[in-house]
Design a binder for this molecule. Sequence first.
Ligand SMILES: [Zn+2]
Ligand SMILES: [Zn+2]
Length: 301
Amino acid sequence: MTAKIKIIMLGTGSHIPSVKKNHTAVLLCYEGENILVDCGEGTQRQFRYAKLNPCKITRLLITHWHGDHVLGIPGILQTLALSDYRKTLFIYGPSGTKLLMRALLNLFNFKQKYKIKVEEVDKGKFVDEKNFYLESEKMEHGISCNAYSFVKKGQVRIDKEKLKKAKLDQGPHLSKLKQGKDIKYKSKKYLAKNLTYTEGDKKISIVMDTLDNKKIIPFVKGADLLICESSFNDAFKDKAREYHHSTAKQVANNAKKANAKKLVLTHLSGRWDKNPQKILNEAKKVFKNSVLAKDLDVFGV
Ligand SMILES: [Zn+2]
Ligand SMILES: [Zn+2]
């Protein structure tokens, strides 16, 4: 069975949280990894509402240092300390993150019994594990800002039907097949290409606050799930430019041109609280498979 990637929209609001919308936070779970992208105020309670323990976090990715994306960090750090978190917490963010993290840790008086490793990232791969990697790209938001992608690496899988037809037993002799190598079993040769298939990569891209820009399409190319801020609609495109944000039409255009499979719209400005459908309809006109995110929505890839 292929391990699924689960994405939980812990917070889908904009600058000011509301009853229904918390500040921004997206949690990505894959095997033992629980990667939190942004941590707005109240994020640790959103974990509880989602019936998840914030101590499961393995990495925190910060898109930028506006309050609606980072004000929840001290609270979570304190909870980890009080809960005997024993792992090293890896924190990644745009330039300036090291200094800001140090300032933030100095503001509060709590016993930090675990290690925090802070790394500043801008463009390219910054984590490369056996089964997945993480990469970032610089965005345009008036302050240092990153977009992030999680890519699960495609793996060689054994085709069980073909295995049955070839009358090949299960067992340790199959391990070489899983590496894409031919095997010899009971003096008969079996070719890997006849019994296996290569599963494609799976990609989740998260593009939070940013002005529409040319770097987005190549960065999110082929994303299975594309999560984008959509603060405004086309009627407010001048305002979007002024505040370095995006419109529904712009993000839908990017999703289409990048050949994304699904677009999730989040971080809508509070002015759409009564009629978020307006944003969704604008996106759908350009990119059909668009959805609006609500707090605690779960997506599987
Ligand atoms: Zn911002
Ligand atoms: Zn924001």
